[in-house]
Design a protein around this ligand. Structure first.
Ligand SMILES: *Cc1c(COP(=O)(O)O)cnc(C)c1O
Length: 965
């Protein structure tokens, strides 16, 4: 026998479970952190800060954990249940060729996908340049004056255009006209949105637009059946009534056909999916909205503009933020917060890479193949319902629709059933001659298919001569320079190098949960079985997605304690909207439609009041006490005052102040006793998963932010997924989707263009849950709370922790998963404010915490469970060093006007100027801590002047001359 006395060499368990990779601190770190806080154990800490009466009754019931490899294999098997057929369905979604350089260096690159929304302008110049390219691409192609930095999808963009037109138009009409060849999913979402606002949606032939009174008309350009018709007559007719024309326009078509603005449209909306973003079963894709200059202050969504920095150099920053929900609340132009930045970056780079000539060539090829197909079909004896076309033909089937669709599926193709006796075929940039042959075979019923090589060169365009585009577009150098892959690669790398994302350092953003977006979670999203699926493909081809939906929904029900969930909303704001609509529908079903008051504490996120306004509720603001809790006296008074009309309360739990309000059960019961329903904003679920469930402690509805708690990366400001979760009696009111073939009598309708919203990113959250398991998810929550308390404890002597649970045994007082540092006392004493601290952190290589939300003059830090103790210490050390710098201002070592805080951030250019006249050294500016000498993030611009940019608004690519010093 050989060495029988030895111990076995190999352990039988995996080297490390995924949760040990996801969670930063290990056991030794945890012990060290607990001792700084003054807690005996993690359990003791959780017991001290989480109120006992809200704790979960049972552990979550989730499958036993899978390793990274196992989970990927399991998901791959699920994906294989989707059937990828060649799609000719069109209807707003087309197959596209994502250039490899964009696929790998943007869509699959953490430098882009882990970035946060560009609130901190100085460290977001790269992604904002990409968004300005997007805005320029849209304004050039549509001919409009201004475009925003993405909408959630074409359908919601059209609905937002409707309310924009209502705000800015002169008509007093409450009728919105929608042409009958608008994308059906767009009509459906517009109907959902119009109803609570009391607007009438009138559907009719495009030629009838403006024939009767309306405040705006929506036309599809080209129409869903393929027709390319002028918008001009409709524009003239609606303008005659003081109404507006909205065109839903296809950007690829616009490279060949007249721009909507040239034909009198006032607003243009559409999808940019076919510019390089896979169909992904409906999302995520960036939609766009563009309009006349005079409407810019009413435009919804994020807008990137050009401003100048402290040295007068051009710099980008978010423009006209005063329109947005976080400032204007229920008076905001919309509730949009998270948008679709990553897909917008992809689309913009598709335009940069192909340039105007390349895009036109792609479009011409599509248009030519469409003309070839038309002629060939007619040669086979078929008639077409459209006489003009860009990429879509509608074939009269003479009652043979079912047979044709079935034959197509048998041959591996999906066509669109556009009416009982028509099918539509939409071509795209992937279409080849062989594809045309295969298509024609479906329509030839055994007859020989004509050889179109004989006539394809001379085939006449189906675009009417008077609609052919003559105006130029994409003339800016950025669209004409990066056409070799080497140039493109370096351009993308250069942009991402300007930015701070999670791939470089911690992003301690309160309320945003910037946690690990694990590679294994990201890998599946570009698998063809998930990526190349049309959202309106027959259901039997979507079985993998159906299973994904079913499992993820069940797991999220476990996490939240709710009975039903819809994954359709494609951002938290859309989940709020859907949830409030469900509450409204519930009241209406009980003949209590008069219940329209929505109570919202003053601490609430801006999307809450903005969403309440959109469903036609009236917002009544309730007070918070000085501990940050909801003021019970005020709440009782308001409940009594509005008892007969109370619809709901919207609370965030733990609150946006970062505390577990101990009265939450009481608050829920109180509102319910007055007939109201309780909406618990779930953006802070990272403090609850596995520990407490809103569906158990009193919530009726919540939304989750899968792009916060469940690991979908922020993408620089989207995509997101905002599932709406409800208790049993509200399940009948969850969103459905008629156009997608999911009907229900009671449902509130569709809230997104696609039935499963941003379906293609759902595998990320599935992988996260599958690899963490119930214990891992609970541990993540507990370590998130531990980490926040550790930061609070380490900073408590230097900064005022604004709200806490006042647990005297804990250093820092006990906070939830985030803590607010109050900079106002320091500002009063030294002039150095929260913004200066935020900008100075850039010199230390950090992204700032959330600035001035939810309390002006404060910083809100949320470290998450994913940051190691090493990184938490590096951040705390930076904050303490900054605090010491503030002391130097206080004691007069540095003046109030000239110190490294108020001058932050420091660019290399500013530091290398021959003349250095500051009262502190270059070294003190650049290397305040020694480790920065080895690794340093060099900020590309100095502090950005927000006011200058809003006064001199410019939201498209600046002329190159701006960069000449
Ligand atoms: C992020 C957030 C929202 C909005 O979510 P989006 O996905 O950005 O629309 C709502 N409420 C709170 C508290 C949030 O932090």
């Amino acid at each position: 026998m050989l060495m029988s006395a030895n111990k076995p060499l190999v352990a039988l368990e995996n080297a490390a479970e995924f949760h040990a990779r996801h969670i930063g601190p290990d056991a030794a770190d945890e012990a060290g952190m607990l001792s700084v806080i003054g807690a005996a154990s993690r359990r003791a800490l959780i017991d001290a800060v989480v109120p006992a009466n809200i704790k979960r009754s049972n552990a979550m019931n989730l499958p036993a954990v899978a390793s990274e490899a196992q989970a990927l294999a399991e998901l791959k098997a699920m994906a294989a249940q989707n059937k990828v057929l060649k799609s000719y369905i069109g209807q707003g979604y087309y197959d596209t060729l994502t250039p490899g350089v964009i696929l790998r260096n943007i869509l699959e690159n953490p430098a882009w996908y882990t970035a946060y929304t560009p609130y901190q302008a100085e460290i977001s110049q790269g992604r904002m340049e990409a968004l300005v390219n997007f805005q320029t691409m849209v304004t050039d192609l549509t001919g409009m004056a201004i475009a925003n930095g993405s909408m959630l999808d074409e359908a919601t963009a059209a609905a937002e255009a409707m309310t924009l037109a209502l705000r800015v138009g002169k008509s007093k009409s409450q009728v919105f006209f929608v042409a009958d060849d608008v994308l059906p999913q767009t009509l459906e979402v517009v109907q959902t949105r119009a109803k609570p606002l009391g607007l009438t949606v009138q559907v009719g032939p495009a030629a009838d637009a403006g024939k009767s009174e309306c405040f705006a008309a929506l036309l599809q350009y080209p129409g869903v059946q393929g027709d390319v018709r002028s918008l001009q007559a409709a524009a003239d007719a609606v303008h005659g009534q003081g109404a507006l024309l909205i065109a839903a326009a296809d950007l690829l078509a616009l490279t060949l056909i007249k721009a909507p603005a040239e034909l009198g449209a006032d607003i243009a909306v559409g999808n940019t999916q076919r510019f390089g973003m896979p169909m992904g079963n409906g999302g995520p894709h960036a939609a766009y909205m563009a309009c006349k200059d005079e409407y810019k202050r009413s435009l919804p969504g994020r807008l990137v503009g050009v401003s100048i920095d402290a040295h007068g150099a051009p710099a980008y920053r978010l423009a006209l933020q005063t329109r947005e929900q976080h400032i204007r609340r229920e008076k905001a132009t919309s509730n949009i917060c998270t948008a679709q930045v990553l897909p917008a970056v992809v689309a913009s780079m598709y335009a940069v890479y192909h340039g105007p000539v390349g895009l036109k060539r792609i479009a011409q090829r599509v248009a030519s193949f469409t003309a070839v197909l038309a002629q060939s079909l007619q040669g086979l004896g078929w008639t077409l319902a459209n006489t003009s076309a860009f990429d879509t033909l509608t074939v009269n089937t003479g009652g043979k629709t079912d047979g044709i669709l079935a034959a197509a599926v048998a041959a591996g193709m999906n066509l669109r059933r556009s009416a009982i006796d028509t099918v539509s075929i939409s071509l795209d940039e992937t279409t080849t001659r062989a594809d045309l042959q295969a298509l024609l075979a479906v329509f030839s019923a055994g007859k020989a298919v004509a050889d179109f090589s004989a006539f394809e060169k001379g085939v006449a365009s189906l675009i009417p001569a008077e609609l052919q585009r003559t105006s130029a577009y994409l003339t800016h150098p950025v669209f004409n320079r990066y056409h070799s892959e080497t140039e493109m690669l370096r351009y993308l790398r250069g942009l991402s190098d300007k930015d701070l994302a999670l791939d470089r350092s911690m992003i301690p953003l309160g309320s945003c949960t910037m946690k690990l977006n694990a590679t294994s979670e990201m890998i599946p999203i570009t698998w063809p079985e998930f990526a190349n699926i049309h959202p309106f493909a027959p259901h039997d081809q979507l079985k993998g997605y159906a299973l994904l939906n079913e499992q993820l929904t069940a797991w999220l029900c476990q996490a939240t304690g709710y009975a039903g969930i819809s994954l359709q909303p494609n951002a938290g704001s859309q989940g709020e909207y859907a949830g409030l609509l469900a509450i409204k529908a519930f009241h209406e079903a009980r003949q209590e439609g008069h219940r329209k008051i929505c109570l919202i504490p003053e601490s609430a996120h801006g999307t809450n009041p903005a969403s309440a306004q959109m469903v036609g509720m009236t917002v009544v603001v309730t007070k918070c006490d000085k501990e940050g809790n909801i003021d019970l006296v005020d709440l009782k008074a308001k409940c009594e005052q509005h008892s007969a009309n109370l619809a709901a309360i919207m609370i965030t739990y733990p609150s946006t102040y970062g505390v577990f309000d101990t009265h939450v059960k009481e608050i829920c019961a109180l509102v319910k006793s007055h007939g109201g329903r309780v909406y618990v904003d779930g953006a802070n679920m990272n403090a609850l998963v596995g520990v407490a469930a809103p569906g158990e402690f009193g919530g009726d509805v919540s939304h989750l932010n899968l792009h916060k708690t469940f690991c979908i990366p922020h993408g620089g400001g989207g995509p997101g997924v905002g599932p709406v979760c409800v208790v049993a009696d509200l399940v009948p009111y969850l969103p459905t989707h008629r156009s997608g073939g999911y009907a229900s009598e009671t449902a509130i309708g569709a809230v997104s263009a696609a039935p499963l919203g941003n379906a293609a990113v759902l595998p990320i959250s599935w992988m996260y849950c599958r690899m963490m398991g119930a214990d891992g998810l609970q541990a993540a929550t507990e370590v998130a709370i531990l980490s926040a308390n550790y930061v609070a404890a380490r900073l408590a002597d230097a900064f005022d922790i604004h709200f806490s649970s006042n647990v005297t045994s804990l250093k820092g007082g006990g906070v939830a998963h985030e803590c607010i540092l109050d900079i106002r006392p320091l500002k009063d004493a030294t002039g150095v404010g929260a913004e200066d601290v935020a900008k100075r952190l850039i010199d230390y290589g950090f992204h700032a915490p959330t600035l001035s939300f939810p309390v002006a003059g404060t910083l809100m830090v949320e470290p998450t469970e994913s940051e190691s103790k090493f990184e938490l210490d590096r951040f705390c050390d930076a904050m303490l060093a900054i605090r010491a710098e503030i002391t130097k201002v206080a004691d007069g070592t540095w003046s109030r006007e000239d110190n490294p805080l108020v001058n932050a951030p420091h660019t290399a250019e500013a530091l290398l100027k021959a003349e250095w006249s500051h009262g502190y050294s270059r070294e003190e500016a650049a290397y305040p801590v020694a480790t920065l000498r080895r690794q340093k993030y060099w900020v590309p611009v100095g502090r950005v002047d927000n006011v200058w940019g809003d006064r001199n608004l410019s939201c498209s690519c600046p002329p190159m001359s701006d960069y000449e010093a």
